[in-house]
Design a protein around this ligand. Sequence first.
Ligand code: ZN
Length: 447
Amino acid sequence: MVLLASMMLMMAQGTSPEVVAGLGTTQITHVRVIDGTGRAPIENATVTLRDGKIAGIGPSGKTAVKGAKVIDGMGKTVMPGIINAHGHLALVNGTKNDADYYTREHVLDELRQYERYGVTTMLSLGLNRDLVYQIRAEQRAGKLDGASVFVADRGIGVPDGMPPIPHEGDQLYQPKTPEEARKDVDEAAGRHTDFVKIWVDDLYGTKPKMSPSVAQAVIEEAHKDGVPAAAHVFALSDAKGLVGFGVNVLAHSVRDSAVDAELLNAMKTKGVFYLPTLTVDESFFTYAEHPGWMQSEFFKNALTPEAYTMLTSAEYADKVKKDSLTAQHRKDFEQARKNMKAAYDAGVKVGFGTDSGASVYRVPGFAEHHELAMLVEAGLTPMQAIRAATETNASLLGISKKTGTLTVGKDADLILLGGNPLDDIRNTEKIVGVWHEGREVANPAGR
Ligand SMILES: [Zn+2]
C-alpha cells in the first residue's frame, strides 16, 4: 500500500521509478548561472541536481552535500536546456528529403542529436507519423532518452499546395472544406496532439493558398478540442487574419513587408507567440558564401559527410548564385530581422524556433545555436535571446512549471558551457556537459 502510494505520487509528479532510480546528487560548483528568466547572472554559485530535479542554487562553499558527485564549474556557465518550438523529425535522408525516412530509428537518432547539442525539448511542428506518439509516451514514462518531444501531429496543408516537402498520406492532411478540416483536427486531438499546425502561404504565388474559411475552421476546432494552433506564415495580411481567428503561434517571421502597429497590438492583446526562424531565410544562401563556422567540428559533426560535401561544393555555390530566388531570400532575411526586433520592442512574446530538420540546409542541434547568434545580430541582447529559447518557449509549450528556467524544483535540464554567452553568444557552442531531467547526456557536442 505504501509502495503503491509512493509510485502514484511519482507518477503524479511526471517521473517514473526508472528515471528516479540511481541519479543521485550532482553539484556544479563555482559556476556562473544564467537562469533563463532574464535576471542578471549569479556568479560563483553551486547548482545541486538531485533525483532529476534542481535541488538548490546557492553560494559555493556553503551548500556542499556529502557524497555528491562534484563538478568544478570555475570559469564556466550553466544555462537552461534549449527549447526549440519549431523543428521537424526524420524528413531528411543524407542530402535529400525522403518521405520514407520517418521511422522510429531515425526519429530517435534526431532526438538524441538535439539532446547532445543541448536542445533538451523540441516541438516537431507537423509532418509526423503516428509512431511519434509511442516515442513521446515512452519518454514521458521515463523509458527513453533524447530531447523531450512535443508534436503537432501530421499538420493541415492545402490540396496541391503547401507544404512543399515530400510526404506520405499518413503525414499530412489536405482538407478541401472547413468540414473536412474540422474532422482532421478532431482526429489529431484524439491522438492527444500537443499542437495543431497549418500552412497558410502560397510560396511566392506558386501554390494554391489555404482559404481563410479552412484556416478559421482549423483554429476554432483545435480550441474546441483544447489544443493550441500554430501557423506557417509569410505575409502580413495572412498573419493579421490568423491572429484574428485566434491562432496561438506564428511559426515563422512575417517577411513580405514591415510588421505594423495593428498586427503587433493584436498579438500583444491576445498573447500570440512569434517565432522568427531567421535561420530559414539565411539557410538558402549562407552555405554558398563558406562562412568560417562551416569549418567547425560543431557544425561538421551535426550533418552527414554527404551533406557536408554537398554544401561546401563549388557546384552548390554556383547553383545558389544562379538561382533567381536567392535575391528574394536575402530580402526576406533582412525583413525578418527587422520584424523580429520590432515585435520584440513592441512587447510581443518572441519565442524561439529554427525549422531544423525540414531540409538538409537546417541542421538539427547546430541550427539552434546559430539562431541564437542571429537573434543577437538582429538586435536582441544575448540574455534576451537565451530567454526566448528557454523561459518564453516553456511558456509557449505550457511546461513552465516543469522546465525552461534554472529554478529549484524544476527538471534538471541544463547546459554547462566553457565560456560566457553574455560576452559572446557563440559561447553557447562551447558545450562541456548536458543534463536532461537530471541524466548526464553522453557525448555532448562541443566546440
Ligand atoms: Zn516547419
